[in-house]
Design a protein around this ligand. Structure first.
Ligand SMILES: [Zn+2]
Ligand SMILES: [Zn+2]
Length: 343
């Protein structure tokens, strides 16, 4: 079988390797069908992902078919369509015990700290695969993981229908947070980006107000829309140096408001204790997702989300070089790629 391996920054190759065998009676063998390409995969390729080591098989947004099961497997069978969780945890530590396994003290992540799904077959324990209805097209099934992030960060942010939401950045994750907030009944969701095409897409996904911060004054628009109150919760899915400080400025989030930064920007920002405490702001961390695959799969099966346009480019596994080409030559119209495995 073939696997894609990133051996170092800007170095990727396709290798022929033996088929994996089921070595643990609780494992299943998965034949990959589709895999999303995420921002973190771009960072692995460019050598800027602090959570990744080399050589590494990328891929944490994995969907496939079970082709064999170990003798003790009971929850899935040969032929089932499945989504594979990205996190592997110890199950023993404080975080695992309080239901925060995504930040397990020894968490390993498929596709960054451990090998992922950009290969034709791999094995995983049955507890880390979730069945998905075989009516869901593979190109959509690959979007389960990013939608699980939307479910997780909106839970972490305690989003309810009464919230007035601000989303900075309407790329893949911003669009997904938008759809998740609308699915939770939020009546006012304000989206900001510097790309008109992204903002058009956000309108299609239900954004009530869009702001192009290249042309408009963000603070003034938010003040006008919220009648001077500010939003109750802000998600920073733009994640550039200074974006958290931008969202922290008085007038964006109301007193007692919440801010959820989504990224891993490593440059320091100028945030003071007073900025947090004068208005008693909650800054809430959110990493990947925890226990959100199964509910997200239900939503996708029910057609609760508008998946059209979330992925913009579908690339055959046999053309994987095209994925790396797009990583080397960023094009704003390529918002998200999904790899489709050859039959
Ligand atoms: Zn991802
Ligand atoms: Zn643990």
């Amino acid at each position: 079988m073939k696997e894609v391996i990133v051996t170092g920054p800007h170095k990727a190759e396709v290798r022929d390797v033996p088929m994996p065998k089921i070595e643990n009676k609780h494992d299943v063998l998965i034949k990959m069908q589709s895999a999303g390409v995420c921002g973190s995969d771009h960072h692995i390729y460019h050598g800027t992902n602090p959570c990744s080591t080399y050589p590494r098989i990328p891929g944490h947004e994995n969907a496939g078919i079970v082709t064999a099961v170990g003798s003790a497997v009971t929850t899935v069978k040969k032929g089932d369509h499945v989504i594979v969780d990205l996190i592997m945890t110890c199950g023993e530590c404080y975080q695992c015990k309080i239901g925060r396994k995504n930040v397990c003290e020894s968490v390993r992540v498929r596709g960054s700290g451990a090998d992922g799904g950009w290969r034709e077959y791999f094995t995983a324990p049955e507890t880390e695969v979730y069945k998905i209805n075989d009516k869901v097209p593979w190109k959509d099934a690959a979007l389960t993981e990013p939608f699980a992030i939307g479910a997780h960060c909106t839970n972490r942010g305690r989003v309810t229908a009464d919230d007035v939401v601000f989303i900075l950045g309407t790329g893949t994750i911003g669009s997904i947070i938008l759809q998740t907030c609308k699915a939770k009944g939020c009546k006012t969701v304000i989206c900001c980006d510097v790309s008109d095409s992204s903002l058009e897409r956000a309108k299609k996904y239900g954004a009530d107000y869009v702001i192009n911060s290249k042309r408009e004054n963000l603070l003034e628009r938010i003040q006008t829309i919220t009648k001077g109150r500010g939003v109750t919760i802000a998600f920073d899915s733009a994640c550039f140096k200074g974006s958290l400080t931008l969202v922290m400025q008085p007038g964006i989030v109301c007193n007692a408001g919440r801010i959820v930064p989504m990224g891993f920007v490593t440059e320091p920002e100028s945030i003071t204790q007073a900025m947090i405490n004068q208005r008693e702001i909650d800054i809430i961390g959110s990493r990947m997702s925890c226990c959100q695959f199964e509910p997200t799969i239900k939503h996708i099966e029910n057609g609760d989300f508008d998946l059209e346009g979330i992925a913009t480019n579908f690339i055959k596994f046999s053309n994987i070089q095209e994925v790396f080409y797009h990583m080397e030559h960023p094009d704003p119209s390529v918002k998200k790629m999904v790899i489709l495995f050859d039959e």
